[in-house]
Design a protein around this ligand. Structure first.
Ligand SMILES: [Zn+2]
Ligand SMILES: [Zn+2]
Length: 117
């Protein structure tokens, strides 16, 4: 059922589904299903404010409002919108979300050749 041509095409978000209180499930258009911890999503927020302040050590505070999702929406096929408990807003595109996936497949894939001779 998987059409190989779509794997090289633009990655889209097919479906969002909450996973408990602390993670977000994302089903991608290539049928990959990622479980992304909310604190990772917040920690890697690609907005200018977060990018600028990254490296300064204020990223702790697990379990606080900054790691709670107040609102979650899918915008079009490629973008998701998150509003956090502290009022901060984050936009992620599908490629960025996929880059945060730490599953065995995504974590192990790039560094090893498929075949050994
Ligand atoms: Zn941000
Ligand atoms: Zn993955």
């Amino acid at each position: 059922m998987v059409d190989d041509r779509r794997i090289m095409a633009t990655l889209l978000v097919t479906k969002l589904h909450p996973v408990g209180r602390y993670a977000l499930g994302v089903l991608f258009s290539d049928t990959h299903d990622s479980i992304l911890p909310l604190r990772e999503l917040r920690a890697h927020c690609p907005c200018e404010d977060c990018t600028a302040s990254r490296g300064s050590s204020d990223g702790s505070g697990a379990g606080s409002a900054r790691h709670e999702v107040a609102d979650l929406q899918q915008i079009g096929e490629q973008t998701i919108f998150l509003r956090w408990g502290d009022g901060h807003e984050t936009l992620y595109v599908a490629d960025e979300l996929r880059g945060l996936c730490r599953c065995a497949y995504c974590a192990g894939e790039p560094n090893y050749p498929i075949t050994r001779q």
